[in-house]
Design a protein around this ligand. Structure first.
Ligand code: PLP
Length: 430
């Protein structure tokens, strides 16, 4: 089956929507070709408007840990819609979701719900600045924290893919207070803290960076960030929009046993709906209005449908789910490594708990530059080879592989088989 309906829709989309998409990476710019317009999802699979089926290794960029249209989540959302789509007044569901997040995430004593990871990150930063009375932020090169001005500086993911160094429209003023440091570089962090510690409101990171492919924290690095924050009085913020509820139920902070002051959550927490959250120490969170003076608000925040779906999904995230997700990821990573080895490919199949990545590089990456220097043209060819064989990978070599528990062992075997074919076809072309 071809992709003529997707092609036609993309043409219409480009006339009415900038670049034809509502979020840049979807446009396939970094791999080339026409993005597939999706008609529906079914468990582990996507079905596009031309009727092609794909095993999904994106899962909406992470939210769908249990796969598409999981019945309990669907039913919860449908039930909630029947009671009303939005009230702009408090509901019981918000309390339940907040309690579920507090119970699951070690650092979170109080939490506020918002609509996107961008909003959550932006609000956490304002809170850190408001609570400390300081202005500077320390962030890591290649870490993505959404598209708010102060954080869109050397951000990975779509920004890295498009090669935008920040972005036009972000003023020098907005970026001037953001200090940039290479990931896994203790000396650089210590030097920045020594020079600016008294002005530093927050040290912000993705504890398991997953927007510059997958670059795990080196042993002790997160604890080092905790100690540096303590030493200068900066708020330590973990952006766990991807790692939260994925690398472990309590996120990277549980897996690595390092507790930040504030945590940013998104993606999984909304069960596939526009919902995100930020939370942390109660004394910090109580700086937020109306408890305190730091203003933050949202007409649709805590939307009852999103809350119901998020809560339904969180309730399904048992220990067995993480065991299964771990087993699926292990099996996939092992299979891909064998397939690439057999083809003699120069590639890193990266894994950190239940996250994986495919990076055409000679060694494991330590920082953003290592990912930028990888062979992204080869990733594009790999991506298209897989797409033709019904495997939907992220359309950029800066992204990770998001598994779901909807993938059965036979599905994983099909993915590995496809990868073996594509890898040997790529090798034959060399
Ligand atoms: C996706 C993402 C965000 C932004 O979330 P949106 O809902 O897309 O605004 C922030 N931080 C990280 C680590 C992310 O992966």
């Amino acid at each position: 089956m071809g992709s003529s309906t997707s092609e036609h829709l993309f043409e219409r989309a480009r006339a009415a929507i900038p670049g034809g998409v509502n979020s840049p990476v979807r446009a396939f710019d970094s791999v080339g070709g026409v993005p597939r317009f999706i008609a529906r999802g079914e468990g582990a699979e996507l079905v596009d408007v031309d009727g092609n089926r794909y095993l999904d290794l994106v899962n909406s960029w992470g939210p769908l840990l249990l796969g598409h249209v999981r019945d309990e989540v669907r039913q919860a959302a449908v039930d909630a819609i029947g009671r009303g789509s939005s009230f702009g007044a408090p509901t019981e569901g918000e309390v339940e979701l907040a309690e579920a997040i507090v119970a699951a995430v070690p650092s979170v004593q109080k939490v506020r719900l918002v609509n996107s990871g961008t909003e959550a990150g932006m609000s956490a930063i304002r809170l850190a600045r408001g609570a400390t009375g300081r202005s500077k932020l320390l962030k890591f090169v290649g870490h993505y924290h959404g598209h708010s001005d102060a954080l869109l500086v050397a951000a990975g993911s779509g920004v890295a893919t498009l090669g935008i160094p920040g972005s036009p429209g972000v003023t020098e003023g907005a970026a001037a207070d953001t200090l940039l440091v290479p990931w896994n570089d203790r000396d650089a962090v210590a030097a920045a803290v020594a020079a600016h510690g008294d002005d530093l409101a927050a040290i912000l990171c993705e504890p398991v960076p997953a927007n510059m492919n997958l670059v795990a924290p080196e042993d002790g690095f997160l604890a080092f960030l905790r100690a540096q924050s303590d030493a200068c009085g900066a708020v330590l913020v973990f952006d766990e929009v991807i790692s939260g509820f994925r690398v472990a139920r309590g996120g990277a902070q549980q897996l690595h046993d390092v507790v930040p002051d504030l945590t940013v959550l998104g993606k999984i927490v909304g069960g596939g709906f526009p919902l995100a959250a930020f939370g942390g120490r109660a004394d910090l969170m109580d700086h937020l209005a109306p408890a305190g003076p730091v203003y933050q608000a949202g007409t649709l925040s805590g939307n009852p449908v999103a809350v119901a779906a998020g809560l339904a999904q969180l309730r399904l995230l048992t220990d067995e789910v993480y065991e299964r997700l771990g087993a699926v990821t292990d099996r996939l990573v092992t299979g891909l490594r064998e397939a690439f080895d057999a083809a003699g490919a120069t590639v890193q199949v990266l894994q950190h708990a239940t996250l994986a990545g495919v990076l055409f590089a000679e060694g494991p990456p330590r920082r953003y530059e290592d990912v930028a220097a990888a062979d992204h043209g080869r990733y594009a060819r790999f991506f298209h080879g897989m797409l033709e064989r019904g495997i939907y990978l992220a359309p950029s070599g800066y992204e990770v592989v998001f598994t779901s528990t909807a993938l059965r062992d036979a599905d994983v075997a099909r993915i590995v088989e496809a990868a073996a074919e594509v890898a040997s076809a790529l090798a034959a072309r060399d």
